[in-house]
Write a protein that binds this ligand. Structure first.
Ligand code: NDP
Length: 255
């Protein structure tokens, strides 16, 4: 049974791995034996994460890549191909979360969220997908959100919710299109976890109070509580599971 979750010999790419959940995902995969490529724009942060991952006994490569620039994505994919010869796993995680009232949000603000949280998820999947199609194997995990499924009472997150809802449908569409190539495409929907994105709100009375009401478990997620979901979708334990969304939200979307 433990072999089902074994990632030795696999090569994983994690986007947005300079902070927050991306770092946790990269470490969870490394713990299972995968070699990991970590990507983001802040190189210094990536280098620190790289050291921690290498200390776990696997190979790690850090690549500076802005996921909004398709030429940088293409260059990153060929760099990984040259170094490792393949890409087995993609964790499509880079994203932003801004709260801006819908009635005063500018075109640029709306587009920024949609471009990073939706367009870039597709751009990276497309380029990595070409490699996976060629090798007839791939595991893609898109990071959605609780807000792929539900909005938040009184919260100004229309662009974020729209982008994460799109990630859910993109997951289903790509899963259907690429099943014939032995590629699975699934998504995870975390509720609130500590990270750079949530640091200003996660300990506020407002959010903690809302979590008490909206989340049966009555607390935010903790470090490590997404590891099981990411390893399941990244490993052959999920070989017959595709186009699915797994909520990791303390029961939030069950009520
Ligand atoms: P962080 O802000 O800690 O991390 C975001 C990551 O995305 C950083 O590594 C950042 O790297 C990267 N990133 C942002 N823009 C770009 C870009 N243009 N090009 C490349 N990388 C980029 O937030 P989280 O860890 O919380 O968020 C990670 C993902 O998890 C997001 O998709 C978010 O929506 C999702 N999520 C988070 C939840 C939470 O509660 N924390 C809940 C549900 C979903 P850099 O700035 O170095 O480029």
């Amino acid at each position: 049974m433990s072999g089902l979750f074994d990632l030795k010999g696999k090569v994983a790419l994690v986007t947005g791995a300079s902070s927050g959940l991306g770092v946790q995902f990269a470490k969870a995969l490394a713990r299972q034996g995968a070699d990991v490529v970590i990507a983001a724009r802040r190189v210094e942060k990536l280098e620190n994460v790289k050291k921690e991952i290498e200390a776990m006994g696997v190979r790690c490569m850090a690549i500076k890549c802005d996921v909004l620039i398709t030429s940088e994505i293409t260059a990153m994919v060929s760099e990984i191909k040259s170094a490792f010869g393949k890409i087995d796993i993609l964790i499509n995680n880079a994203g932003i979360g801004k709260g801006i009232p819908a009635e005063s949000q500018t075109d640029e603000e709306w587009r920024e969220t949609l471009r990073i949280n939706c367009d870039s998820v597709y751009y990276v999947a497309r380029e990595v997908g070409k490699v996976m199609i060629e090798q007839k194997y791939g595991k893609i995990v898109n990071i959605g959100s609780i807000h792929s499924m539900v909005a938040m009472p009184g919260s100004p997150i229309s662009a974020y919710c729209t982008s994460k809802g799109a990630v859910l449908m993109m997951t289903k569409a790509l899963a259907n299109e690429w099943a014939k190539y032995n590629i699975t495409v699934n998504a995870i929907g975390p509720a609130y976890f500590p990270s750079e994105m949530t640091k200003d709100v996660i300990e506020t009375e407002g959010l903690l109070g809302a979590i008490q009401i909206l989340c049966p478990m009555g607390r935010p997620g903790r470090e490590g509580e997404l590891d099981g979901a990411i390893v399941y979708f990244a490993s052959d334990a999920s070989s017959y599971t595709t186009g699915q969304y797994l909520a990791v939200d303390g029961g939030w979307t069950a009520i």
